[in-house]
Design a protein around this ligand. Structure first.
Ligand SMILES: NC(=O)c1ccc[n+]([C@@H]2O[C@H](COP(=O)([O-])OP(=O)(O)OC[C@H]3O[C@@H](n4cnc5c(N)ncnc54)[C@H](O)[C@@H]3O)[C@@H](O)[C@H]2O)c1
Ligand SMILES: [Zn+2]
Length: 358
């Protein structure tokens, strides 16, 4: 097991990454300063079957008394209705200010349970136990929680830092292939923007990681990713400057998600295409080398992720989605680009300049 500490003054917390650490959840929670008390273990229908019993047993052994709340798997559960169900279960179980919520699952469970914990009794403890690559390398750390509104994703939410993150990489063994590969897009992103060494290591390891889900290799890349996320969150808890670099690949990625039709791409797949597009813009506007672009594009492809813009992408919807970004940046669209692998620059580009190179 490897551990890092997110340093946010009174809101600091430990982050553990390791194979099999679900068994130690109760002990790790006590070590993080949580009092054994009534608690809620929130999970989804897929994860419950695989890991809820183990998590519950570990919590009980340490003196916690958890109710288990199982939500339907999928993005649709990040809803007002599901939040209300969660509050009902929490009040029925008489959870009080000393209680904690344990979120066992992917980003959907983490965001929903995190928001419930942020608001119940004006905020009780949340522990994140992420079981997808996306959740382990991204959503579990940083304190963003929330639900969707029919007008848009993540429109209702709060910052609520966890008291503990425990990422058991052994749980990734059961993740469906497509979701597993999707998460690697965010790992490649950390390397592209901040860590040339991580890109080199992925070059050696990506086939082993995809084929075998090797626990040692996974522990290394998850920890390395979380170290980057931790630095960014510590520097910039409320989303400005440094945190913006995490948007690499996301401007085009989001526009593709919005325009391609619901369910065409998983988020990480759209980001993979978006990163390749951002590399083309980087070559045109930031002096990024063709050799580096080719190397990074090849890595994305070896991770089993798409790299090409879809046929017919140049439509109304896509351009409208890009323009949504434009409003925020004033004169043009603010793009995170690379001048070399591991280093970003920001450029404001007009829609025409973008379309010329995609
Ligand atoms: N808060 C943040 O900072 C942040 C960051 C990134 C993404 N997100 C949010 O995260 C969500 C996406 O998260 P996700 O990709 O983890 O999706 P998810 O939670 O829907 O999980 C994906 C699928 O994998 C299943 N699953 C999870 N763990 C499994 C395991 N170990 N074995 C087998 N199946 C498993 C789930 O049941 C689900 O069907 C989105 O709602 C997004 O908005 C939040
Ligand atoms: Zn993303």
């Amino acid at each position: 097991m490897q551990t890092l500490h997110v340093e946010l003054g009174a809101h600091s917390y430990p982050v553990h990454v390791g194979a099999g650490i679900l068994e130690d959840l109760g002990r790790l929670a006590c070590e993080a300063g949580l009092q054994p008390a009534r608690a809620a273990l929130v999970t989804d229908t897929n994860v419950a079957k695989l890991y809820a019993e183990r998590a519950q047993a570990s919590l009980r052994k340490a003196g916690f008394d958890p109710i288990v709340v199982t939500i339907a798997a999928g993005e649709a559960s990040k809803s007002m209705a599901m939040l209300a169900t969660l509050y009902d279960r929490m009040t029925d179980a008489e959870l009080d200010r000393s209680s904690a919520v344990f979120a066992l699952g992917g980003g959907v469970v983490g965001d929903l349970a995190g928001y419930a914990a942020a608001t119940y009794l004006r905020g009780i403890a949340i522990v994140q136990i992420p079981t997808t690559v996306v959740a382990q390398v991204d959503s579990a750390l940083g304190g963003k929680t929330g639900i969707n509104h029919r007008r848009g994703k993540n429109l209702i939410g709060a910052f609520h830092q966890p008291r503990l993150v425990a990422a058991d990489v052994a749980t990734l063994a059961t993740l469906p292939e497509r979701e597993f590969r999707e998460g690697l897009a965010e790992v490649i992103k950390y390397g592209a923007i901040r860590d040339a060494g991580l890109i080199a290591d992925l070059g050696d390891q990506v086939d082993n990681i995809i084929r075998n889900r090797d626990a040692v290799a996974l522990e290394a890349i998850v920890m390395r990713s979380l170290q980057h996320k931790a630095v960014i969150v510590e520097a910039d808890e409320r989303e400005t400057g440094l945190r913006k670099t995490l948007n690499f690949g996301h401007t085009v990625g989001h526009a593709l998600e919005a325009s391609a039709g619901y369910g065409t791409y998983l988020h990480g797949e759209a980001v993979a295409i978006g990163m390749v597009a951002a590399m083309r813009l980087s070559q045109a506007h930031a002096g990024f080398s063709g050799a580096d672009a080719a190397r990074l594009t090849a890595l994305i492809a070896r991770a089993g992720l798409p790299t090409a813009m879809p046929a017919g992408w140049r439509g109304e919807e896509f351009i409208r989605a890009l323009r949504l970004d434009k409003k925020r940046a004033g004169a043009g669209v603010e793009f995170i680009l690379l001048d070399r692998i591991g280093h970003t620059v920001t450029r404001t580009l007009t829609i025409d300049a973008i379309l010329a190179h995609l």
